[in-house]
Design a protein around this ligand. Structure first.
Ligand SMILES: C[S@@+](CC[C@H](N)C(=O)[O-])C[C@H]1O[C@@H](n2cnc3c(N)ncnc32)[C@H](O)[C@@H]1O
Length: 304
């Protein structure tokens, strides 16, 4: 590896399956503070290892960006679980002009290639994965962001049941800013902190929420200890961690929301009906009430 031509890693590929160079620079949009793959100058990178995302459009975009960033002859390793895009990795790299070796281990497909002199289909992959205005939503979005091109029914249920909020608040896991826009429709809101782990979501939210009362934070909501004394918190919490359902993430969001609120402040959340949030709500809050329930979702208000 040359000092002026560094190695990179995207996400957390298993070190048991691929070799990640010591000191490799992180590029994942889900790692706050990391560099953006989009910003790497073409042909400058010496090597890269990628834990490829599950979404097909997002994955082709990442592979195309990686190949654009690598110098000809540089090594690219990419892997994905068989049932989360791994079966298609080889063909996707070949479509970009690569000669690929592939092996399967531990339910993953692991592909290795050298960046060819000439890439094919690059611009199409970059265009299909790029940020864009989604006319059906009237919002900026990008493949890879939560519910990127359609209105999530849970978010819709929460927005349609929110009262006119007032004072200072936060949107935990703000995504492209859909809920925040509904919150800021109330003139009594003085400030809203939009928080998300996904850099792409926050970039979209910055375009969708053009409001002097909004602040944007690329951080893990579970580690937002600096934010406190809020009058309200809204959230459609995630319930997956690295692609696997994990109810503890939503419960941790509820704890983080509780920690941010002043006594008497209110948490408004929506959840899929099967998720067990009631115990943590009643344990932490002075009172919690089910506001509305549908066949798939439930909305709670909990007052600290
Ligand atoms: C269910 S989506 C809701 C998005 C948006 N609020 C909406 O209603 O359309 C959950 C959001 O939480 C974000 N997220 C996941 N884990 C997070 C974490 N640890 N800290 C902050 N945001 C997180 C995801 O990137 C995603 O945008």
């Amino acid at each position: 590896m040359q000092a002026d031509c560094p190695a990179y890693v995207y996400g957390a590929p298993s070190p048991a399956l691929v070799t990640v160079a010591a000191g490799a620079i992180q590029l994942s949009p889900l790692t706050p503070g990391s560099m953006a793959l989009e910003d790497l100058p073409p042909g400058a990178a010496a090597e890269m290892a990628i834990a490829a995302p599950a979404g097909a459009v997002e994955r082709r975009y990442v592979l195309a960006l990686a190949l654009r960033a690598l110098r000809p002859g540089a090594q690219l390793q990419a892997l994905a679980p068989k049932d989360r895009g791994g079966q298609r990795l080889r063909r996707e790299l070949e479509a970009l002009g690569c000669v690929v070796t592939e092996e399967g281990r531990k339910h993953q497909r692991i592909c290795a290639t050298q960046r060819p002199e000439t890439l094919t289909d690059l611009e199409a992959c970059l265009a299909e994965g790029a940020p864009r205005l989604v006319p059906a939503l009237g919002l900026w979005s990008q493949p890879g962001i939560f519910s990127w091109d359609r209105l999530d029914p849970g978010s819709e249920l929460l927005t349609s049941n929110l009262p006119a909020l007032a004072g200072r608040g936060a949107d935990l896991g703000c995504g492209n800013g859909l809920l925040s826009r509904a919150v800021l429709a109330s003139a009594a809101v003085t400030h809203l902190d939009l928080i998300d782990l996904d850099r792409r979501a926050l970039q979209a939210a910055r375009r969708n929420v053009v409001d002097a009362r909004a602040g944007f934070h690329w951080i893990d909501a579970r580690q937002a200890a600096d934010l406190s004394g809020m009058d309200f918190v809204v959230s459609n919490p995630p319930f997956h961690e690295t692609g696997v359902e994990d109810k503890a993430v939503g419960q941790a969001f509820i704890r983080a929301g509780h920690a941010m609120l002043r006594p008497g402040g209110a948490l408004w959340i929506v959840a899929n009906r099967h998720l067990p949030y009631e115990a943590v709500l009643t344990e932490l809050f002075k009172r919690a009430r089910l506001v509305v329930e549908t066949a798939r979702y439930k909305v709670y208000e909990a007052v600290r």
